[in-house]
Design a binder for this molecule. Structure first.
Ligand SMILES: [Ca+2]
Ligand SMILES: [Ca+2]
Length: 341
């Protein structure tokens, strides 16, 4: 009788599938043909020449009753109602402790297979990290965005895409909370460029146009700090207009609101009420007042890059940042971060 049932069902399921019956005629599943468990990667069960996707009764020649009616998840025996049972209490392997098969979307990160398993901006629908900067496809908006999604990210080079174009930039993830994008690097005697609007395409270590990180207000939503010859300067700025980095900006007052300036890493920002000025015939990048008054004077804690005589666009000396009074340098790096950090 069971044979005739099976034959009928064979006709229904076609020649690629068959229904597997145990000794009592209970359905145990049907699947591809197999000769060993290795042919059945999803369950590791090959019974009666077929992969068994579900439970399976005990076999002893077809004379005993199939097991499973008293299933016990965790006993290492696959029983009715269990997709798997590896007999352990490890939640991160291929068989969860509730005897269901691990999958993307179960909320458990499967070791070796998944980066994450959650509905969030940091996790893709296929359970791989998103926006971690490891490739163009996985670019974050900025280094700060990257760090906010992946707090363990070390300092290094990453892909970000703040606008239409992806950039591979240095992200400083350690200093003062991290999340700093290197927006510019200038070497001694380099011609200065309009760092607000353009990348320094001629350099092998360029950043990106500073404007790409500013979302609302000509750069006044950004905070800056600097590294000179590899040494990180504690002085930082906020509320600096993009004009400070534009070599073609008018040689006149460019920031009527002044800037916020922090004299040290742990010291609060204070506002510089005076109008800042610049010359673009000799001072090129400048965050400074023309007169020293203890606020952001170019010989104190402002920032000024100066060209050589007769070569105004070549960067040769640095003033400000709390320590430089017209010194030469090898390289100056500029880091920016969106406010709100
Ligand atoms: Ca079990
Ligand atoms: Ca999972």
């Amino acid at each position: 009788m069971r044979v005739s049932i099976a034959l009928v069902l064979l006709g229904v399921f076609g020649c690629g599938e068959t229904l597997v019956l145990d000794a009592q005629g209970l359905k145990t599943g049907y699947g591809p043909r197999c000769t060993s468990a290795a042919d059945c990667p999803s369950t590791g069960l090959c019974r009666m020449g077929r992969c068994a996707p579900h439970w399976e009764g005990k076999e002893d020649g077809g004379t005993t009753v199939g097991g499973g009616l008293d299933a016990s998840c965790g006993n290492g025996i696959l029983e009715r109602g269990e997709a798997c049972d590896d007999g352990n209490q490890v939640q991160e392997d291929a068989c969860l402790t509730d005897c269901t098969l691990a999958r993307c979307g179960d909320g458990v990160v499967q070791a070796g297979e998944e980066d994450c398993d959650e509905a969030s901006e940091r996790c893709s629908p296929d359970c791989q990290f998103a926006h971690d900067g490891r490739s163009i496809e996985r670019a974050a908006r900025s280094c700060q965005h990257l760090l906010s999604l992946h707090p363990e990210t070390p300092t290094g080079q990453y892909w970000i895409q703040p606008g239409d174009l992806p950039w591979r930039v240095v992200c400083e993830m350690d200093f003062d909370g991290g999340g700093w994008t290197r927006v510019a690097r200038v070497n001694y005697d380099d011609p200065l460029w309009d760092a607000w609007s353009d990348a320094n395409e001629g350099s092998d270590s360029f950043g990106l146009p500073i404007s790409s990180l500013s979302e609302c207000c000509d750069g006044e939503d950004l905070t800056f700090h600097f590294v000179v010859d590899g040494e990180r300067m504690p002085t930082r700025f906020r509320d600096v207009m993009g004009l400070a980095f534009q070599t073609s900006a008018p040689a006149e007052n460019f920031d009527p609101d002044g800037v916020m300036i922090s004299p040290g890493v742990d010291e609060p920002y204070s506002h510089c009420p005076a109008t800042l000025t610049r010359q673009n015939t000799w001072w090129n990048w400048s965050i400074s007042q023309s007169r020293f008054d203890g606020c952001s004077g170019y010989q104190a804690d402002g920032f000024l890059l100066v060209g050589a005589s007769g070569r105004d666009e070549q960067a040769t000396k640095i003033f400000g940042l709390g320590r430089f009074t017209g010194d030469t340098f090898s390289s100056i790096e500029v880091f920016a971060r969106e406010e709100g950090q």
